[in-house]
Design a protein around this ligand. Structure first.
Ligand SMILES: Cc1ncc(C[n+]2csc(CCOP(=O)(O)OP(=O)(O)O)c2C)c(N)n1
Ligand SMILES: CC(=O)[C@@H](O)[C@H](O)COP(=O)(O)O
Ligand SMILES: [Mg+2]
Length: 622
């Protein structure tokens, strides 16, 4: 840790530093962030890009009295280090250690818990309204990236804030990147402001230029006014924000601490909403990340000298999905693919490469993605919407109202379903079986391995109505891939026969359950193990068969028990008056912490060892 950083614990410590020391501190912060991220993994490029911005914010504002809300919050590593967590930062994203995102219960300096994009301006406006209602005095600053600004919620908040004219500062961190290259008209607008030399002049100079436009007589004055406005619109940067009721300051260099301190100090003097447009470089200060900000957006452990991962990643469910979709779309021109700003994360990068004209990246706009798909399906296309389970929560109503109510043939490819690991409670995909199962017309499949994933994708693409398949983050199981196959909807598969009880489940934990059952077989306890494969519709015939055995039935899933697969089984038995004993195993009614996937699965009894002990306990009680 560098000599200046050694002396720093809290924001007040940086307020005493001279400009040169601040620049040196930025360098030391980068070294520390790179070191820890190389050992723990994390969001390296986003955090490297805002080191100077963070220093300027904490130099000018008085956190925690002033509220700084980080949008997504993946870029808040310097913020955490400078707000009393310098030593703890080494525990970043480890079980029991610091979260990778700001969390209210982790620090008073974390004004708002984040992880999902585009929430910062709404939360900031809420805090500003509370402040004014209570007659208190403090600044509220939302720091939102150009990617997060493509999220509709951000515009809902800008619209409201600009109307209310409350004192509020929105810092737009513009680095031209979402995870991948940023997309959309707004991104193009910001880059015009960023790159066009005429915008480098001060607004007053531009105003003077506009005022020089000669008046051309009273009847033409109106046109002159409109001409002036359109020139102003054209020439003055940030007019979009000014039209929304914000004063626009910028664009300014997001790596120039001195300039940002001046502009933030000026922004503090405004009594109405202000946007400060800051230009940064994602990955700044680590050349491999600067050259490849997408690749270094989120990293596992890596070698600093080469940027190479320490653990070579095995084939993932995502990769299997992405490559299968390319194969299946070969002879199906109606198949199109949609991502909400996560082409690589969802594996749609393969599809985008092969069929660019049938690939759509809508920005961080999951609601729009789903209803866009609905519109496409109305016109005979077969849209595959690939969205992480946790982010699909954003489009719950669109799934119900725009897709399933109209029974439209949309395929939901739900990645990161189940425990995701180090991203923690904001990112675990543990609710989708519950929030989807209640929706009429929707078919839900859960593959236990990558071979079944391919068969389910094939089945989904040929399915006449709305259909979802959900699969976990990370390495696939490692089974052989066999030919595509149309699965009869609502049919389960018996993996192992036994006479003492039945384990029936879905997804990744079934692999551990099968191994646990095989271990118990050697101890004289013989369990049937069934892969339900479908959460909706269930294999009702098979359920009635196992229900009539009057043997213990254990359900297993990587979803909250509440409303999940096990609940569906319970409901069916209750509906049919089958009184057999059912034990539901899954995620308890809580938000699982961050940590390694195995650590969290172990916490909820979903590892092979824990399932073995649980099965033995249940069977021995009989
Ligand atoms: C609702 C939602 N969708 C998707 C994501 C995944 N995600 C995390 S960061 C990010 C890109 C953010 O871009 P930007 O706001 O510009 O921040 P930068 O990484 O460039 O600093 C995305 C899409 C998310 N966190 N939340
Ligand atoms: C911050 C954010 O929401 C994304 O970067 C997310 O962390 C990506 O998750 P994966 O690493 O599973 O793609
Ligand atoms: Mg960005």
């Amino acid at each position: 840790m560098g000599p200046i950083l050694e002396r720093i614990s809290l924001p007040e410590d940086i307020k005493k530093l001279k400009p040169g020391e601040l620049i040196a501190l930025a360098r030391e912060l980068r070294e520390y962030i790179i070191t820890v991220a190389s050992q723990n993994g994390g969001h390296l490029a986003p955090s490297l890009g805002v080191v100077e911005l963070t220093l300027a914010l904490h130099f000018v504002f008085e956190a925690p009295r002033d509220k700084i809300i980080w949008d997504v919050g993946h870029q808040a590593y310097a913020h955490k280090i400078l707000t009393g967590r310098k030593k703890q930062f080494k525990t970043l994203r480890t079980f029991g250690g610091l979260s990778g995102f700001p969390k209210r219960d982790e620090s008073p300096y974390d004004a708002f818990g984040v992880g999902h994009s585009s929430t910062s301006i709404s939360a900031a406006l809420g805090m500003a309204l509370a402040r004014d209602l209570k007659g208190e005095q403090f600044e509220v600053v939302a720091v939102i990236g150009d990617g997060a600004l493509t999220g509709g919620m951000a515009f809902e908040a800008l619209n409201h804030a600009g109307h209310l004219k409350k004192k509020l500062i929105v810092v737009v961190n513009d680095n031209e990147m979402s995870i991948a290259q940023n997309v959309g008209a707004l991104s193009a607008y910001l880059s015009r402001i960023r790159t066009d030399p005429k915008y480098s002049r001060g607004k007053d100079e531009l105003e003077a230029l506009i005022k020089k436009i000669p008046h051309i007589g009273p009847t033409m004055v109106k046109i002159g006014e409109r001409l002036k406005d359109s020139f102003k619109y054209l020439l003055v940067p940030g007019m979009l924000f000014e039209e929304l009721g914000f004063t626009y300051l910028g664009p300014i260099d997001g790596h120039n601490i001195k300039e940002m301190i001046e502009v933030f100090s000026r922004a503090k003097t405004f009594t109405e909403p202000v946007v400060v447009h800051v230009i940064t470089k994602k990955g700044k200060g680590y050349h491999l990340a600067e050259e490849n900000p997408d690749g270094f957006h989120g990293v596992g452990k890596f070698y600093i000298s080469t940027g190479e991962p320490v653990e070579v990643p095995r084939v993932s469910f995502t990769e299997i999905f992405g490559k299968a979709l390319v194969e299946l779309a070969q002879d199906r021109p109606e198949v199109v693919a949609i991502t909400a700003a996560m082409p690589t994360g969802t594996g749609l990068n393969y599809f985008a490469q092969k069929y660019p004209e049938r690939f759509y990246d809508v920005g961080i706009a999951e609601q729009h993605a789903v209803t866009l798909a609905a519109g496409m399906a109305c016109e005979g296309l077969k849209p595959v919407v690939a969205i992480y389970s946790t982010f699909l929560q954003r489009s719950f109503d669109q799934i119900i109202h725009d897709v399933c109510l109209q029974n439209l043939p949309v395929v939901f490819a739900i990645d990161r379903a189940g425990i995701v690991g180090e991203d923690g409670p904001t990112h675990h995909g543990i609710f989708d079986l519950s929030y989807l199962r209640m929706i009429p017309n929707l078919t839900i499949m859960v593959p236990r391995n990558e071979d079944m994933l391919r068969k389910m994708l094939f089945t989904a693409i040929n399915h006449p109505g709305p259909v979802a398949l959900r699969y976990p983050r990370g390495a696939a199981v490692g089974v052989e891939l066999t030919p595509y196959e149309q699965l009869p909807v609502g049919t389960a598969e018996v993996l192992k026969e036994g006479s003492d009880g039945v384990v029936i489940g879905v997804g990744r934990p079934l692999n551990y359950a099968l191994k646990a059952a095989q271990k118990l077989e050697n101890e004289g306890i013989s369990l049937t193990v069934i892969d339900a494969r479908f959460v909706k519709p269930l294999d009702y015939k098979l359920l009635e068969e196992i229900g009539s055995l009057h043997k213990p039935i254990i359900t297993v899933e990587e979803n909250v028990v509440a409303g999940g697969f096990g609940s569906a089984v319970n409901e069916y038995f209750a509906f049919k008056g089958i009184g057999t004993k059912v034990v539901n195993l899954g995620i308890a009614d809580e938000f699982p912490p961050h940590g390694k996937v195995e650590e969290i699965l172990n916490l909820y009894g979903l590892t092979e060892e824990k399932l073995y002990l649980k099965f033995r306990e249940i069977l021995s009680k009989l």
